[in-house]
Write a protein that binds this ligand. Structure first.
Ligand SMILES: [Fe+2]
Length: 246
């Protein structure tokens, strides 16, 4: 394995082309050599095809998120909020046949070379779309984690959980090094719809050679993404929340 691998891990892109382009420019400036994606490429924003095509062109191993799943399969939307359901229906109508087929092909979990696990929601039941908000949720998922590091998404809140001697604690989602004998369950935060009150796009850079993880936040052209929502005739609340980071 090349010692100089630099991996950009993206999640919850949610069809936000402006945020994705900003993140990719930042990752490139940091010398990213490869890309991973923890799912929810589509939903909530107006550019599902463009975002699918970019992720596919990066050759990024990608796992399936709930929005990917429901947008690409004609399944019942009972469990979605009314706002999310509107978006899934619109995305179903907008996705090209090729991109829908790609979304249908995505696995729920994947272990990529170098011992990195990817999952959208939880490892204990990846298809149940459970949310990991606290240490107890994280402990359940980590008990199924066979590699030292696992990246996930789904909550749209960047957070780092560490397990050491069977106990889970949190690390500040900044920059840290992986230590031997510990496991890391890392939520990358959301590229395209952050929900922690900070509207800046969130993603992770991982350098396996240095055993170093860096959480990145960056400004992008939020008004441009909001205009796309407006032009597509999508609910205004989806544009407003981008500005609030909610
Ligand atoms: Fe999501």
């Amino acid at each position: 394995m090349a010692a100089d691998r630099k991996i950009a891990v993206l999640g919850d892109i949610h069809a936000n082309l402006d945020a994705l382009q900003a993140v990719l420019a930042d990752a490139k400036a940091y010398g990213a050599t490869e890309y991973l994606c923890v799912g929810d490429v589509v939903g909530y924003n107006a550019c599902p095809n463009e975002c699918c095509e970019i992720v596919r062109s990066l050759g990024a191993p990608t796992v399936c998120g709930n929005h990917d799943r429901y947008s690409a399969f004609g399944e019942s939307l009972e469990e979605f909020s009314p706002l999310a359901a509107v978006m899934v229906k619109w995305t179903r109508e907008t996705l090209s046949a090729e991109n829908a087929e790609w979304l249908r092909s995505l696995p729920f979990t994947e272990v990529v070379p170098g011992g990195i696990t990817l999952v959208h929601a939880t490892l204990d039941d990846p298809e149940a779309w459970g949310y990991v908000f606290d240490d107890l949720d994280a402990e359940t998922s980590i008990s199924y984690q066979k590699t030292q590091i696992c990246f996930h998404g789904h909550t749209h809140v960047p957070v780092a959980f560490e397990m050491h001697h069977g106990r889970v604690s949190r690390l500040a989602p900044g920059t840290f090094r992986l230590e031997a004998g510990r496991k890391y369950f890392l939520n990358t935060g959301s590229v395209g719809q952050p929900r922690d009150g900070d509207p800046r796009a969130s993603y992770c850079l991982y350098s396996p050679g240095e055993r170093r993880v860096e959480y990145r936040r960056l400004e992008y052209d939020v008004p441009a993404a909001q205009r796309r929502i407006d032009l597509a005739g999508l609910p205004p609340r989806l544009a407003d929340r981008l500005g609030e980071g909610r």
